[in-house]
Ligand binder design. Structure first.
Ligand code: MG
Length: 388
């Protein structure tokens, strides 16, 4: 029997921002990336074959920014209510060939542990739908104005989270029959109104909804807790030859000779690129820009460094610091240091205080001492999130 075709539908169509500002909360960054981008990262699961997004009208610029280089997410314009956005998303999935199972999720819950997806999909073997729930720990009470009314017995009560999982044809049919004027707070309510059986599985505190300003701060620190610090090392040498331009640290330096080699032969940027690639275990500069490929002949090395920084960002990573050492007798680096630092800061989109540039000679020993070439070493410190 073929594996069931399972898709995810993320609702990101809200226009309101309960946390203040003009930007709907699903596009507000935490750890430098939109809530939505984090929610999509956590939907990478072997059982999920595609991800659909229901977005608000006029939000395409924010969506494009949140998606970055991801092209595996299809989007559809949602409706005025959450329920209508879900229905339009389900109809779009149906029009594209349908599915066997669907996880319906909210972009405002950026951290989805894999275990929750596993539990939901297992529960679907015995039920029409499944939702993650958490117990209530606080006492519950009814309020009469600002006075306490009757206590509410929390026995048998639970907090309901998303994603909510359903057999696709049943939840589509349930949404089609739901009265447009009625307000559904979630899809389990729509499913149950259609007579579907919805099971409960254990939710996770990590799935908490980001709504109020304080939630953003909590989500930032939750993200920070998951960041692992990694260090990468880069080293490079190029030969000095007459008739070449000298590019060092992204800056053109007047000198009687220049560095020769693949691209503009900027050893400093090559060492930095390798340090960044090393920190995220993404191979080396030759893996990404083979010297045998004619398109990189004479290419500005700024392209390589920006590409490596983009790979770090695509992993949700942050570059904390880079430290570069240039090794040569001439030219003198000091007069150009500030300009190199500014250029590298610009390429890495970092403040200059997080860029260090040093220079040394080899006391006239070896190839660098004889002025035959220039060497560079670099160290990069990067933090990247570990999966939940
Ligand atoms: Mg090189």
């Amino acid at each position: 029997m073929a594996a069931p075709h399972t898709v995810a539908l993320v609702v990101a169509a809200g226009t309101g921002s309960r946390c203040g500002g003009d930007m709907p909360k699903q596009y507000v960054p935490i750890g430098g990336r939109a809530l939505l981008a984090h929610a999509l990262d956590h939907l990478r699961h072997p059982a999920l074959s595609s991800v659909w997004l229901a977005v608000g009208e006029g939000q395409s610029d924010w969506v494009a920014q949140a998606l970055g280089s991801r092209h595996d997410v299809a989007s559809v314009v949602g409706g005025p209510t959450r329920q209508e956005s879900v229905r339009r998303g389900l109809e779009a999935i149906e029009a594209a060939g349908g599915a066997d199972r669907v996880l319906i999720h909210d972009a405002a819950r950026p951290f989805l542990p894999r275990g929750v997806i596993d539990r939901l999909l297992t529960a679907l073997n015995d039920a029409d739908g499944a939702v993650p729930v958490l117990p209530l720990v606080d006492s519950l009470v009814r309020l009469a104005g600002d006075e306490l009314g009757a206590p509410v017995d929390r026995d048998g009560l639970a907090r309901v989270q998303t994603p909510q999982a359903f057999h696709f044809p049943s939840i589509l049919a349930a949404h089609r029959t739901w009265l447009a004027e009625a307000v559904a707070t979630d899809d389990a309510q729509v499913a149950r109104a259609a007579g579907l059986r919805v099971g409960a599985v254990a939710g996770d505190e990590a799935l908490e909804k980001v709504t109020l300003p304080g939630d953003f701060a909590r989500a930032e620190s939750r993200l920070a807790e998951r960041m692992i610090s990694r260090t990468g090392l880069g080293f490079d040498v190029h030969r000095l030859e007459a008739g070449e331009e000298l590019w060092l640290g992204g800056v053109k330096i007047p000198h009687d000779r220049g560095l020769s080699g693949h691209s503009d032969a900027d050893v400093a940027l090559h060492a930095l690129t390798d340090a960044l690639l090393g920190a995220i275990g993404a191979g080396d500069i030759g893996t990404h820009f083979p010297p045998t490929d004619p398109q990189w002949r004479g290419a500005p090395s700024a392209t390589f460094l920006a590409h490596a920084a983009g790979l770090v960002a695509a992993e949700g990573g942050i570059i904390d610091h880079v430290d570069l050492t240039l090794i040569c007798e001439a030219p003198r680096i000091g007069p150009h240091r500030a300009q190199m630092r500014a250029r590298i800061a610009e390429l890495l989109r970092l403040p200059e205080r997080r860029i260090s540039i040093k220079a040394t000679t080899t006391e006239r020993l070896g190839f660098a001492g004889r002025g035959e070439g220039i060497a560079a070493q670099a160290v990069a410190t990067v933090r990247t999130p570990e999966p939940l």
